[in-house]
Ligand binder design. Structure first.
Ligand code: AP5
Length: 213
């Protein structure tokens, strides 16, 4: 199964990707997670990416395209993968298609998670994540058992640096300008499936599963 999850910031791409990963046993490839790890490790990539991520801009195409090309060639991707946060521009989508074609492969389904800006802002402003295991929580829809502490590993939860009001609005603008055109791109290819991302996490998951079957 080779799947792309499209959608604005806070649509629930990461939440649904983790559930799909469990269901189908294929890796979740999140460019956001890869870049945040690089920032945490203070690598050359991380230093380069941080200045873009902190202000809600996209990291340059050539950087993320290179990352993904290497990642999808790894052994654990043989049975498929779930792309979460990639592609985000038409150029990224074209380069992904080229790479997959060279490998004799193709994307099966692109699931587009639709949600309005008001819901996005509320989800992102209430999100906390575990820097140790990647666990994700929300103060209302998915609160941790103990406030500020990860249910999974006991790590201290933190708010993402880019989840402040100003940067959320910038990320939404960038989404509209650079990423929303991908809906048309994949519609033309015939593999775009749109689901409403309003409702509980479980409700959305069952809608996504219907689309993936
Ligand atoms: P990235 O990490 O990809 O962030 P994003 O696209 O802005 O998406 P988010 O992770 O914020 O949201 P999500 O849709 O995964 O929602 P989630 O499941 O977490 O990218 C960050 C930055 O990295 C970019 O701005 C850019 O700089 C750079 N970058 C990354 N990829 C790039 C690329 N390809 N090219 C260039 N630059 C790139 O859910 C959000 C919250 O809502 C959580 O608290 C969750 O618990 C809650 N929630 C989820 N579902 C529901 C629900 N149904 N009801 C209520 N709450 C819910």
């Amino acid at each position: 199964m080779r799947l792309i999850l499209l959608g604005p910031p806070g649509a629930g791409k990461g939440t649904q990707a983790k559930m799909l990963k469990e269901q189908f046993g294929v890796p979740q490839i999140s460019t956001g997670d890869i870049l945040r790890q690089a920032v945490k490790d203070n690598t050359e990539l991380g230093i380069q990416a941080k200045s873009f991520m902190d202000v809600g801009k996209l990291v340059p195409d050539e950087v993320v395209i290179g990352l993904i090309k290497e990642r999808i060639k790894q052994d654990d991707c043989e049975a498929g993968f779930i792309l979460d946060g990639f592609p985000r521009t038409i150029l990224q989508a074209e380069k992904l298609s080229e790479t997959l074609t060279e490998m004799g492969l193709a994307i099966d389904t692109v699931v587009n998670l639709e949600v309005n800006a008001e819901e996005v802002i509320s989800r992102l402003a209430g999100r906390s994540t575990c820097p140790d295991c990647g666990g994700m929580f929300h103060e209302e829809s998915r609160p941790p058992k103990v406030s500020g502490v990860c249910d999974g590993c006991g790590g201290l939860l933190a708010q993402r640096e880019d989840d402040n009001a100003e940067t959320i609005l910038k990320r939404l603008d960038v989404y509209q300008e650079s990423t929303a055109p991908l809906k048309q791109f994949y519609k033309k290819q015939g593999n775009l499936k749109t689901v409403s991302a309003r409702g509980s996490v479980e409700e959305i998951f069952s809608r996504v599963l219907e689309m993936v079957k």
